[in-house]
Design a protein around this ligand. Structure first.
Ligand SMILES: N[C@@H](CCC(=O)N[C@@H](CS)C(=O)NCC(=O)O)C(=O)O
Length: 78
């Protein structure tokens, strides 16, 4: 199953966009919330994304071995 790592939908419109797209298209996915504490290298936010995305940003789509970490790229991929 696709996994979509996203931040708070109120504060991260970047996160909201692929979430809406997947829902609207009826594509099943698991939503993985990443809490915004801070963007410092030692933050929980960055630690949760470590090993998931090289950019350390949300949204991130994980499809098995493939990781897509940019909103427009996610849109094109799905
Ligand atoms: N170009 C990226 C931008 C994503 C982005 O900037 N996300 C913000 C949250 S809305 C983020 O994760 N920022 C963390 C940081 O700047 O370290 C995309 O389109 O997905």
């Amino acid at each position: 199953m696709l996994q979509l790592y996203i931040g708070n939908k109120n504060y991260s419109s970047w996160s909201m966009r692929p979430w809406v797209l997947l829902r609207q298209a009826g594509i099943p996915f698991e939503e993985v919330p990443v809490r915004f504490d801070s963007f410092d290298a030692s933050s929980q936010f960055k630690r949760q994304l470590q090993g998931v995305s090289p950019t350390g940003k949300v949204p991130v789509l994980v499809d098995g071995d493939l990781t897509v970490w940019d909103t427009l790229a996610i849109a094109e991929y799905v």
